[in-house]
Every structure is written in structure tokens, then in C-alpha cells.
Design a protein around this ligand. Structure first.
Ligand SMILES: [Cu+2]
Length: 69
């Protein structure tokens, strides 16, 4: 099931690239899209939540919440 992660601190395409690289480093098969205007990452594949959150915070961004869909 898809999950949407809310992320604080993303302000440009470089931020999108940083967080994308961090997620891919943890799971090369991860399927996701990052939406800069809404500050969200929509995770389509079934990646462990803790790993996604660790990627977000490890890349220097703030994890603000998670919802299904
Ligand atoms: Cu940036």
C-alpha cells in the first residue's frame, strides 16, 4: 500500500535529489516520488517505515508525519 511521508526542510531540486539518493541507498528497489511544493514523498513500494524515516532525517530533513495513501 502506498504511504505518504511529510517532510520539512525541502526547498529546492537539490533537496529532492538528496532525499531521493538517501532512500535509494537504503533500498535500491524503492519506488517513490518526491513532491517539492507539498513537501511529501509518496512511497509506492513496501519499504520499512523506519528505513524511510532514517533516510529522511539522515539526509538532514525533518520527518513530520506519515499517512496511508
Ligand atoms: Cu534544496
Amino acid at each position: 500500500m502506498a504511504k505518504t511521508y511529510h517532510v520539512g526542510g525541502m526547498s529546492c531540486g537539490g533537496c529532492v535529489k538528496s532525499v531521493s539518493n538517501a532512500i535509494t541507498a537504503k533500498d535500491p528497489t524503492a519506488r517513490f516520488s518526491v513532491d517539492l511544493p507539498s513537501g511529501t514523498i509518496r512511497m509506492e513500494s513496501d519499504m520499512v517505515e523506519a528505513a524511510v524515516i532514517a533516510a529522511i532525517t539522515g539526509a538532514g530533513f525533518e520527518f513530520k508525519g506519515l499517512r496511508a495513501g
